[in-house]
Design a protein around this ligand. Structure first.
Ligand SMILES: N[C@@H](CCC(=O)N[C@@H](CS)C(=O)NCC(=O)O)C(=O)O
Length: 57
């Protein structure tokens, strides 16, 4: 199963959400809290070393 690392208030992951929806790709979604800089933490850095959303795993 694909996991989309998303932030519902950010513009960039919106494109990934639209793509997955239009293609009908089943996926889980994990919200990353950009306001608290969760993207800069070690756990998310292991998922996406660029520390940005979206990321697909
Ligand atoms: N190249 C990436 C950039 C994504 C990007 O800049 N995302 C922003 C949110 S819209 C982000 O994660 N910002 C977190 C940060 O800069 O710390 C893409 O286009 O998907």
């Amino acid at each position: 199963m694909i996991t989309l690392y998303d932030c519902s208030t950010a513009p960039s992951p919106r494109r990934a959400r639209i793509l997955l929806a239009e293609k009908g790709v089943p996926h889980d979604t994990v919200q990353v809290d950009l306001r608290s800089n969760e993207q800069l933490g070690d756990a998310y850095r292991r998922i996406n070393p660029q520390c940005t959303v979206p990321a697909l795993q």
